[in-house]
Design a protein around this ligand. Structure first.
Ligand code: ADP
Length: 191
């Protein structure tokens, strides 16, 4: 299986690139943010809980997130591989993912990081807030808090994969096609 962790701060372009990777390599896309938003829309218990954190730009607790991710993986019949988008976001989540994939005789193949400056991120997210209905993209303070949470709690997860020699950093500024070409040439090194 080819299992990719797509990484980078909010607004880095993970969703856009994930859609293109899924199409080319036939992987299953799992975005924790998308699953939380679907639960909010369906007004599930998980949705109500997640919303209380997401509205502030904070992370949903690890235990809840890990359990949800594992159940999403288990729903997929004979997967070719996964692209994890928005997960793992903390070291305990990375530990849990490794253990979980090991129990399925597989592992993370590589982490791809999209690199974008803070000011460019804020600009992109405010624009996305205007175009979409995402509430967490409509307030600059919440946006800046999410970027802060990324730098404080999430960025360290990269060390985890970089120590294992499974880490590739990609310039996330440029055309979608140019970024995708660079994504693909990095993926090819691992297959
Ligand atoms: P973005 O990358 O633009 O912040 P996401 O859709 O990935 O958007 O996530 C939106 C929100 O969902 C996050 O701010 C956070 O509150 C919650 N979330 C998503 N993934 C995780 C995770 N792995 N752990 C904890 N919270 C998460």
């Amino acid at each position: 299986m080819l299992n990719i962790v797509l990484f980078g701060p909010p607004g880095a372009g993970k969703g856009t690139q994930a859609a293109k990777i899924v199409e080319k390599y036939n992987l299953t896309h799992l975005s924790t943010g998308d699953v939380f938003r679907a639960n909010i829309k369906e007004e599930t218990e998980l949705g109500t809980l997640a919303k209380s954190y997401m509205d502030k730009g904070e992370l949903v607790p690890d235990e809840v997130t890990i359990q949800m991710l594992e159940s999403e993986v288990d729903k997929v019949d004979s997967p070719k591989g996964f692209i994890f988008d928005g997960f793992p976001r903390t070291t305990p989540q990375a530990d849990a993912l490794e253990k979980f994939l090991k129990s399925k005789n597989t592992s993370v193949s590589l982490m791809l990081v999209l690199d974008v400056s803070v000011e460019e991120l804020v600009k992109r997210l405010l624009l996305r807030g205007i175009e979409s209905q995402r509430e967490d993209d409509q307030n600059e303070e919440i946006i800046r808090n999410r970027i802060r949470v990324y730098n404080d709690q999430t960025a360290v997860v990269a060390d985890y994969y970089s120590q294992e020699g499974k880490f590739e950093k990609i310039n996330g500024v440029g055309t979608i096609e140019d970024i995708f070409n660079s994504v693909c040439s990095n993926i090819e090194k691992y297959i």
